[in-house]
Design a binder for this molecule. Structure first.
Ligand SMILES: Nc1ncnc2c1ncn2[C@@H]1O[C@H](COP(=O)(O)OP(=O)(O)O)[C@@H](O)[C@H]1O
Ligand SMILES: [Mg+2]
Length: 198
């Protein structure tokens, strides 16, 4: 297991479990995990969330693309809108911060989001896109299920960095990225609401 600069944020017993010979049995004696139910389409990975702690474990299944999340987590490290990555095994697994709250598709379905919250969601989403663009990272695989909103803390977090690109040969324009990002967010929310009403 490789550790990152975020590793020290974890409780020491969790650190020890992660560093032990077999991290999974060690972690499951400390914490209860729930498996994220897979939607009816094929997922590239299996995700387990600690029930009473804020870590999540993503096991990759598709060996060809799975180094990618790790690279993007490293590039976006320190930006609060993206999960911290604590530890990883290349092409196999990442141990990351669990997003609190619920994904936007679920919240929209329950019709639980107020106008004021929508405003905050748009603001924080814009900030998340801008900060990533400043590091030359773009999310070209927009999904409502990847945007978590915590109604208690009013904080947004974007998960699944496997569909992001990190450009090395040119500089993204953050303003342009924000404009496009907001357009896609508004369009996809509208489309989903329309779908729910049919
Ligand atoms: N850091 C996280 N915090 C909370 N839930 C997460 C986190 N990462 C993933 N999930 C949940 O697990 C699901 C699948 O994970 P994801 O990273 O999207 O895998 P895949 O690359 O297979 O699409 C997500 O849609 C989300 O519901
Ligand atoms: Mg996904």
């Amino acid at each position: 297991m490789e550790i990152t600069s975020n590793f020290k944020k974890l409780k020491s017993e969790i650190q020890q479990a992660i560093l032990s010979e077999e991290y999974w049995p060690a972690l499951t004696t400390l914490l209860d995990f729930e498996r994220v139910p897979s939607p009816p389409f094929e997922h590239r990975s299996h995700v387990f969330k600690a029930i009473n702690d804020s870590i999540a474990i993503k096991l990759f299944t598709d060996r060809s693309k799975n180094g990618h999340d790790i690279k993007i987590h490293e590039a976006l490290s320190g930006i609060p809108y993206y999960p911290d990555m604590y530890a990883y095994i290349d092409k196999q697994v990442i141990i990351i911060e669990k997003a609190s709250g619920e994904a936007l598709n679920g919240l929209l379905k329950k019709q639980k989001i107020s106008k004021g919250e929508l405003e905050s969601i748009r603001e924080q989403y814009s900030e998340a896109v801008k900060l990533a663009a400043e590091r030359n990272v773009e999310d070209w695989d927009f999904k409502l299920e990847h945007i978590f909103w915590d109604q208690k803390t009013k904080k947004l977090m974007k998960v699944d960095l496997g569909g992001y690109d990190l450009y090395t040969d040119f500089q993204l324009d953050p303003e342009n990225q924000v404009a496009r990002g907001l357009e896609v967010l508004n369009r996809e929310m509208k489309r989903y609401l329309k779908y729910l009403n049919n």
